[in-house]
Design a binder for this molecule. Structure first.
Ligand SMILES: Nc1nc2c(c(=O)[nH]1)N[C@H]1C(S)=C(S)[C@@H](COP(=O)(O)OP(=O)(O)OC[C@H]3O[C@@H](n4cnc5c(=O)[nH]c(N)nc54)[C@H](O)[C@@H]3O)O[C@H]1N2
Ligand SMILES: Nc1nc2c(c(=O)[nH]1)N[C@H]1C(S)=C(S)[C@@H](COP(=O)(O)OP(=O)(O)OC[C@H]3O[C@@H](n4cnc5c(=O)[nH]c(N)nc54)[C@H](O)[C@@H]3O)O[C@H]1N2
Ligand code: SF4
Ligand SMILES: [Mo]
Length: 700
C-alpha cells in the first residue's frame, strides 16, 4: 500500500514570546516529527528542546483521551470513563442547578490562562459561553498585568519595538529577563548584536543563564528595580546626560521628574536599597546614557513583586529621558502584543453579553475565591481549561484546600492528568496543537501564524472550541454565538480593528488563504518599526507621561517612586527575623510553566528541584551542597536540594521550576510558600515577593 507523506504548517502554542513556526511531518495520518520552519525570519527554524519533541507529547501514553468522572475522593485522581453525552449532561445538570439556586450564575467561575495562546482555543467560544451564563468574570492577572499597567501609565501601551531592530543596538540591558532561556530567539539576535559590538548587561538577583553569558551581571536586591531606575535618572539629570529635545517635545513632566530624582534618589541612598555599590550605579548610568542605541529588554522577573507595576512604569521612563527611542534598536521592549490590529477582543468574545454588574474574580486570588474569603456568592463550580492552578497558583495550600471542598463542582478540560485534574469531578479530554486549528499572534515578534491540524484528534479528545459548543447546547444557550466553525472563527478574528495602535492597514493581505499558503506573515509595519521615535504616545496627552495626570486624578503619586516589596527585610524587620531569605522561583529551562514537567525527557533534563543559597546563608544553617532542605514560611513548605553557590547574594534564594506536586516529596512545590498578595498596579501576582526560612530537612 502506498504511504502518504505530508508537511503541515503549525505554530507553537505555548506561553512563550517566540511563537515559533513549526513544520509537522505526517505519514499515513501519524505525526512522525516536528521541526522549526527555517523560512520564518524570527524563529529561524529552531525550536527549543521541549517543543522539538512535541509529537512525543501528543502521543504520550498518559494523555487524557476520554471524558472521565471521579470515583475516588478529591485529590486521589481516580476516575472512570464516561461518554461525551453523559459528561455534557452531567455538567449541564450541575451548572443549571447552581444558576437556579440562590447563589445564581456568579457562583460559576471559569479559570483559564495561556496553556494555549491561540485565538480560538485560548479565548473565543469559551468566553461567549461564560458571558451568556452570567458567570463570574476572571481577571487574568497571573503573569503580565502589573507590567502592562505600569507601562500604560508612562507610554499609554506596552513598551515595544520591532525585535529585529536589535541588530542595531549597541547596549542591551536584560532587566529582570532571563532572555537566553525564556525568549531564546531574541537572545540569538542579542548575541548577533554583540558580535557587531554591542555590550550586554543583565540586572538580576540571580546569575541566570543569561546573566552568565552577559558582559556584566548586576545582582540587584529583589524588588528594588524602581529605586535603581530612579537612581540612574538622578545621575543622568545631575550630569546633564538627558535628551533635552526629546524631553521637551515628547514628554510630560520632565522638570518634575528631575526635581524628584535629584532630591530623593541619590546614588548613596539607592545603593542602600538595592544592595549595589555606588560605583555600579554610577557606571551603569553613564554607560546607559552615553551608548546609542540602547535597548532595555524588561521582562517579568521584576514585575512579580509588590511594587512591580511601579517598577515597570519607572523603567519605561528611562528611554524617554535619554531619547533612546529615537534610534532604531533603542528604547524599551516589553511585549509586541498590542501591535496586532486584529478584531477587537471584547467584540470577538461577545463581551456585551455580560450581564451588567457581573463581578470579577482575580485569578491570582484563587485561594481566597475557593475558601470563601471573597464576598458572596461562594464559588460552587470551577471550570478549568488551559491552566493548571493546583501547581501554578500562589498560596497553594489554600488553593488545594478549596479544590478539596465537597460542595465545589470542578470540571477540567485537559490533555494530561495534572495536579488540577486530580481534584476534578469531571475531566474532558482536550486536543493538542497537532489536532486542532488555530490562529496565533505573538508577544515577542510581529508575525501572524496559522496552525493547521496535522492529525485527527486522538481518542475522543476535542478542541476547546468544540467542547464549548457542546456545553452551550447542553445549557440551551442561543446557538447563533456558537455556530461558527473554527475556520470561520479564524476569518472573524482576522477582521481588522481600525482603532488599534498600528492601524488596520497592518493586516493588509493577511487572510486565512494567505496564511494557509505561507504558514505565517509579518504585519505590514515598516522595517525596524519603532513606534515612539517621533513621540506620538497613545497616552491621554499624546506624550510620554513622566508625570501622570491620570495617577494624580486617582489620588496617587503622579511621579515614579520606589515601592518596596510587601515582604521586605528592610521595611519588615520583624517578619524578616523569622523568614530572612527572599525566595525567587522563576521558570526552569526544561519546562514551560508546569507544562512538560510530566515528560520523562524534560524531568531528566531538569534534574531535581533545587534551591540556590549563598555560602554564608548555607553555613549559618549548617547546610551543605546536596543536602535535602525544607523551605518554609507561615503559608507552607516544600522540599528541595541545596546548591551552595555564588549565583545569589546573601539574603536571596532561588528555586527554579514549577514541578508537579504529585511528583515531589511532600506533594508540594514552591507555590506552597508563595503569597497571593497583589502588585501595586495591575493587581498582578507577586510570586517573587516571598520571605522564607530554609533548614535541613529532618524527615530523611
Ligand atoms: N523555558 C521556559 N521559557 C519560558 C517559560 C518557562 O516556564 N520556561 N515561561 C514563559 C512565561 S509564561 C513567561 S511569563 C516568561 C518569563 O520569563 P522572564 O520574563 O525571563 O521571567 P522570569 O524567568 O520569571 O524572571 C527573569 C529573571 O528575573 C529575575 N528576577 C526575579 N526577581 C527580580 C527582581 O526583583 N529584579 C530583577 N531585576 N530581576 C528579578 C529572576 O531571577 C529571573 O532570572 O517566560 C516564558 N518562557
Ligand atoms: N512560583 C511561580 N509560580 C508561577 C510562575 C513563576 O515564575 N513562579 N509563573 C507564573 C506565570 S508567568 C504563568 S504564565 C503561570 C502559567 O500557568 P498556566 O497558565 O496554568 O500554565 P501551565 O502550567 O503551562 O498549564 C497550562 C495547562 O494547559 C493545558 N493545555 C495546553 N493546551 C491546551 C488546550 O488546547 N486545551 C486545554 N483544555 N488545555 C490545554 C496544558 O496541558 C497545561 O496543563 O504560572 C505562574 N506561576
Ligand atoms: S516554547 Fe518558545 S522557544 Fe520553544 S518552540 Fe515554543 S515558541 Fe519556540
Ligand atoms: Mo507567564
Amino acid at each position: 500500500m502506498a504511504t502518504s507523506l505530508k508537511t503541515v504548517h503549525a505554530v507553537c502554542p505555548h506561553d512563550c514570546p517566540d511563537t515559533c513556526s513549526i513544520l509537522v511531518s505526517v505519514r499515513d495520518g501519524v505525526a512522525i516529527g516536528v521541526k522549526g520552519d527555517s523560512k520564518h525570519p524570527f524563529t529561524k527554524g529552531f525550536l527549543c528542546g521541549k517543543v522539538a519533541r512535541y509529537h512525543e507529547r501528543t502521543y504520550h501514553p498518559s494523555r487524557v483521551l476520554h471524558p472521565l468522572v471521579r470515583t475516588g475522593s478529591k485529590g486521589q485522581g481516580q476516575f472512570k470513563r464516561i461518554s461525551w453525552p453523559e459528561a455534557i449532561a452531567l455538567i449541564s445538570g450541575r451548572l443549571k442547578k447552581i444558576i437556579q439556586s440562590p447563589d445564581g450564575p456568579e457562583a460559576i467561575l471559569p479559570y483559564s490562562y495561556a496553556g494555549t495562546m491561540g485565538r480560538l482555543q485560548g479565548s473565543s467560544l469559551d468566553r461567549r459561553f461564560f458571558h451568556l451564563l452570567g458567570a463570574s468574570l476572571l481577571d487574568r492577572t497571573i503573569c503580565a498585568t502589573a507590567g502592562v499597567a505600569g507601562s500604560k501609565v508612562t507610554l499609554g501601551t506596552r513598551a515595544a519595538i520591532d525585535p529585529d531592530s536589535i541588530r542595531h543596538s549597541r547596549l542591551i540591558v536584560n532587566w529582570g529577563s532571563n532572555t537566553s532561556v525564556t525568549n531564546s530567539h531574541l537572545w540569538v539576535l542579542m548575541h548577533k548584536a554583540r558580535q557587531n559590538g554591542a555590550r550586554i548587561i543583565t540586572i538580576d538577583p540571580f546569575q541566570s543563564k543569561t546573566a552568565e553569558k552577559s558582559d556584566w551581571w548586576i545582582p540587584i536586591r529583589p524588588g528594588t528595580d524602581a529605586a535603581l531606575a530612579l537612581g540612574l535618572m538622578h545621575i543622568i539629570f545631575r550630569d546633564h546626560l538627558e535628551d533635552t529635545d526629546y524631553l521637551r517635545e515628547h514628554c510630560l513632566g520632565g522638570e518634575e521628574l528631575r526635581a524628584r530624582v535629584l532630591r530623593d534618589y541619590a546614588p548613596e541612598q539607592v545603593a542602600g536599597i538595592t544592595s549595589l555599590t555606588k560605583d555600579t550605579i554610577e557606571k551603569l548610568a553613564r554607560e546607559y546614557a552615553t551608548t546609542y542605541p540602547a535597548l532595555i529588554r524588561l521582562n517579568y522577573g521584576l514585575q512579580r513583586h509588590g511594587g512591580g507595576g511601579m517598577a515597570v512604569r519607572t523603567i519605561t521612563c528611562l528611554p524617554a529621558v535619554t531619547g533612546a527611542w529615537k534610534h532604531p534598536g533603542g528604547g524599551a521592549f516589553l511585549s509586541t502584543s498590542a501591535m496586532y490590529p486584529l478584531k477587537n477582543q471584547d467584540k470577538f468574545e461577545c463581551h456585551d453579553l455580560v450581564p451588567q454588574g457581573t463581578r470579577t474574580v482575580n485569578m491570582t486570588s484563587l485561594a481566597e475565591a475557593l475558601t470563601s474569603e471573597l464576598p458572596p456568592p461562594e464559588i460552587k463550580a470551577l471550570v478549568v481549561y488551559n491552566a493548571n492552578p493546583a501547581t501554578v497558583c500562589p498560596d497553594q495550600a489554600r488553593v488545594i484546600r478549596g479544590l478539596k471542598r465537597e460542595d465545589l463542582f470542578t470540571v477540567v478540560l485537559e490533555q494530561f492528568p495534572t495536579d488540577t485534574t486530580d481534584y476534578a469531578d469531571v475531566v474532558l479530554p482536550a486536543t493538542t496543537q497537532l489536532e486542532h486549528l488555530d490562529l496565533h499572534t505573538s508577544y515577542g515578534h510581529l508575525f501572524v501564524g496559522l496552525n493547521e491540524p496535522a492529525i485527527a484528534p486522538l481518542g475522543e479528545a476535542k478542541p476547546n472550541t468544540e467542547i464549548f459548543r457542546l456545553l452551550a447546547r447542553g445549557m440551551d444557550l442561543p446557538g447563533q454565538f456558537f455556530q461558527a466553525t473554527d475556520e470561520e472563527l479564524v476569518r472573524e478574528a482576522l477582521e481588522p480593528n481600525p482603532e488599534s495602535l498600528t492601524g488596520a492597514g497592518a493586516l493588509n493581505g493577511i487572510t486565512l488563504e494567505a496564511l494557509r499558503e505561507n504558514g505565517f506573515l509579518r504585519l505590514n509595519l515598516p522595517a525596524d518599526y519603532s513606534p515612539f521615535s517621533q513621540g506620538k504616545f497613545p497616552t491621554p496627552s499624546g506624550k510620554c507621561e513622566l508625570h501622570s495626570p491620570a495617577m494624580e486624578n486617582l489620588g496617587m503619586d503622579p511621579l515614579p517612586y520606589y515601592h518596596p516589596p510587601h515582604e521586605d527585610p528592610q521595611t519588615k524587620p520583624e517578619l524578616a527575623s523569622r523568614f530572612p531569605l527572599q525566595l525567587l522561583t522563576p521558570p526552569d529551562p526544561a519546562f514551560l510553566n508546569s507544562s512538560f514537567a510530566n515528560l520523562e525527557s524534560q524531568k531528566r533534563e531538569a534534574g531535581q528541584p533545587t534551591v540556590f543559597l549563598h555560602a554564608r546563608d548555607a553555613a549559618a544553617r549548617g547546610i551543605q551542597e546536596g543536602f535535602s532542605v525544607r523551605i518554609f514560611n507561615t503559608r507552607g513548605e516544600y522540599i528541595a536540594v541545596a546548591c551552595v553557590s555564588n549565583k545569589v547574594q546573601p539574603g536571596v534564594a532561588v528555586a527554579q521550576g514549577l514541578w508537579w506536586n504529585k511528583d515531589l516529596p511532600g506533594k508540594a512545590n514552591c507555590n506552597h510558600t508563595t503569597s497571593s498578595a497583589l502588585t501595586d498596579l495591575g493587581a498582578g501576582a507577586t510570586f517573587f515577593d516571598n520571605l522564607v526560612e530554609i533548614e535541613i530537612d529532618s524527615t530523611i
